[in-house]
Ligand binder design. Structure first.
Ligand code: F6R
Length: 571
């Protein structure tokens, strides 16, 4: 709601989605400077008082903050004479700036930040300096968009695309004063730094819906092209291998690698499982997949022969970044598999590969999964060929990979059928996804996607695990979605389906297109055949469409599901 508490500032805050704020705003007020932030609650309840911006006692300084101030209690004890109105850690920052303000906003911000422990990406304005905005970063991303007589400050480059391609990424400990004409970058000690502007190689049309009802659908339908972009120029059909320049390791250094660890969160983590499967199959290198938020606090056994891949669409995920830094600190060779060009993970990894999926605007990640999995397999292929993988097998892998974009198109052409299946199952409250072998990754990703966008409770299990407990829940109102494409574990999966059916669970099965007489399920979705290694890529296209249509049927806010953020920049 509009606040009248502060005479110098027009303040609007609301709880919930941006639409609520838009309603409160009505018409955008006049002005030349504005800060705002959708805060994902970390301290204090989800209330209007805790929403950003926060203001100083005199109402002149306003601040938005992404991150966590760890020493807020300590700092607050030195601010007894200030009037706090929220339960947030952030509010301490604005009062600390007020305490240090003697006419120079930048100086006050720098003074205050030098006392802060924790993470921050902030934007600060002062009513007496209507042409100035100060922004700074430590641990939480800040990117500045430079447009015609306009600046934008954001935590992610993608939303800037409609306005500009020219961006400046801040590093930790950097502070920028934006003025009506020009900007100055300094350290927190106010030593001047050189500003490097980068060109984002993404077009505006990529950031628009182009006739699709939702970004999620548009991004799924972009997958054939996105996958082409990930593999083109990186495969060598003749020699059955891949060429990924960003690895930055010589052939003999590659042979020194004894262990591979993939780190990531959510969808990136599940794409990483495809990488594990590929590395063990093709390169025979022991490979683990670690949840970044766990890895960062574990005692991982790492040495200079360990290669760690950090997977991230945004390149800004706080847990993945922290895990990557920990791996580096312990002596691992670290590389990124990242979508967003110039993002923190991309910059800090000692090399790596952009997945070239183009901007992903729907909160639920789709095309990035496909491209991350493909790039992880390319790495495995390269390592395999550097070791004992035969050229013939390498050629088969490359050939199968090159066929994927066309096969994805075939699945997209089935979207009406997938929609009819989704409509039929949208009213259930629970669902299991079963997948074995490499398709366990498919099941995990399918389950995540469904729960994210439809809010239906779902879980993923390898089929063989059902009898150890989960099967207890099955009944007529608990359907099972089985990933049953034809591979070495097909018969086992069919047995798992029969076990579920015997408990009267309705069954959807994802089946290879040549199994036309498959009768073990109530509803069947056909997908083209591919090499087992690539099944998660094709199968996931179908499960993404399924999740999408369930969410549409239920009238969910598909592109912006509740409680979720596109870049998770806090721990
Ligand atoms: C799933 C989803 C999240 C992200 C996760 C990692 O649809 O969007 O689970 O995959 O937060 O994000 P990135 O890949 O940006 O590191």
């Amino acid at each position: 709601q509009r606040s009248t508490l502060f005479p110098y500032t027009t303040l609007f805050r609301s709880v919930g989605k941006i639409d609520e704020l838009e309603k409160a705003l009505g018409q955008m007020p006049d002005g030349n400077l504005c800060i705002g932030h959708t805060r994902w609650a970390t301290h204090g309840g989800v209330t209007q008082e805790n929403a950003h911006p926060h203001l100083s006692c005199d109402g002149k300084i306003s601040l938005v903050h992404n991150g966590i101030v760890e020493n807020w209690r300590e700092l607050r004890s030195g601010l007894d004479d200030h009037n706090f109105l929220s339960e947030t850690d952030t509010e301490v920052l604005v009062h600390l700036i007020e305490k240090n303000y003697h006419g120079d906003l930048r100086l006050a911000v720098a003074e205050a930040l030098r006392q802060v422990r924790g993470t921050y990406g902030i934007a600060v304005v002062h009513a007496d300096h209507p042409d100035e905005l100060v922004t700074a970063r430590f641990g939480s991303p800040i990117v500045i968009g430079v447009a015609q007589e306009e600046y934008f400050v954001a935590s992610d480059a993608t939303p800037l695309l409609p306005y500009t391609n020219q961006v400046v990424f801040l590093n930790d400990g950097e502070l920028v004063l934006l003025k009506r004409k020009g900007m100055e970058m300094t350290t927190l000690g106010l030593d001047h730094l050189k500003i490097e502007t980068q060109n984002l190689d993404w077009s505006l049309s990529q950031a628009e819906k182009n006739g699709h009802e939702h970004f999620m659908k548009k991004e799924i339908f972009e997958e054939p092209e996105a996958l082409m972009n990930a593999i083109s120029g990186r495969i060598d059909l003749k020699n059955g291998t891949a060429r990924l320049g960003g690895l930055n390791l010589s052939e003999s250094e590659m042979r020194q690698i004894r262990r591979v660890i993939f780190i990531g969160c959510g969808t990136a983590l599940y794409a990483a499982r495809v990488g594990k499967y590929a590395f063990e199959r093709l390169a025979q290198i022991p490979t683990e997949v670690e949840i970044a938020s766990e890895f960062r606090y574990m005692d991982p056994i790492i040495d200079e022969h360990t290669l760690v891949f950090a997977l991230s669409q945004s390149g800004e995920t706080a847990d993945t970044l922290a895990a990557m830094r920990e791996a580096k600190r312990r002596g691992a060779i670290v590389r990124g598999i990242v979508n967003t060009i110039g993002s923190t993970i991309a910059r800090e990894a000692g090399g790596g590969t952009y997945i070239h999926a183009g901007p992903e605007l729907a909160v639920a990640s789709t095309k990035a999964f496909i491209n991350m999995a493909a790039v992880a397999v390319l790495y495995a292929l390269m390592f395999g060929r550097n070791r004992s993988l035969s050229m013939a097998t390498g050629v088969r892998v490359v050939t199968a990979l090159m066929e994927l974009p066309e096969k994805i198109k075939k699945i997209l052409a089935e979207s009406e059928h997938i929609q009819s299946v989704a409509d039929k199952y949208a009213h259930y409250h629970n669902m299991y996804f079963l997948g074995r072998g490499v398709n366990y990754a498919t099941a995990l990703e399918a389950s995540l996607k469904l729960k994210e966008v439809s809010y239906i409770h779902s879980e993923a299990y390898p089929g063989g695990e059902m009898k150890h407990g989960p099967i207890a829940l099955l009944s007529t109102d608990f359907p099972v979605f089985a990933i049953a494409t034809r591979n070495q574990l097909f018969d086992k999966t069919v047995s798992n389906i029969a076990e579920a059916r015997a408990r009267k669970a309705p069954i959807i099965a994802l089946v290879s297109e040549d199994e036309k007489d498959f009768t073990a399920a109530d509803d069947v979705i056909f997908v083209p055949r591919t090499m087992e290694l690539f099944e998660p890529i094709l199968n996931t296209v179908a499960t993404q469409l399924f999740a999408y249509y369930v969410a549409v049927k239920l009238g969910r806010d598909v592109d912006r599901p509740r409680n979720l953020a596109k870049s998770v920049t806090v721990e």
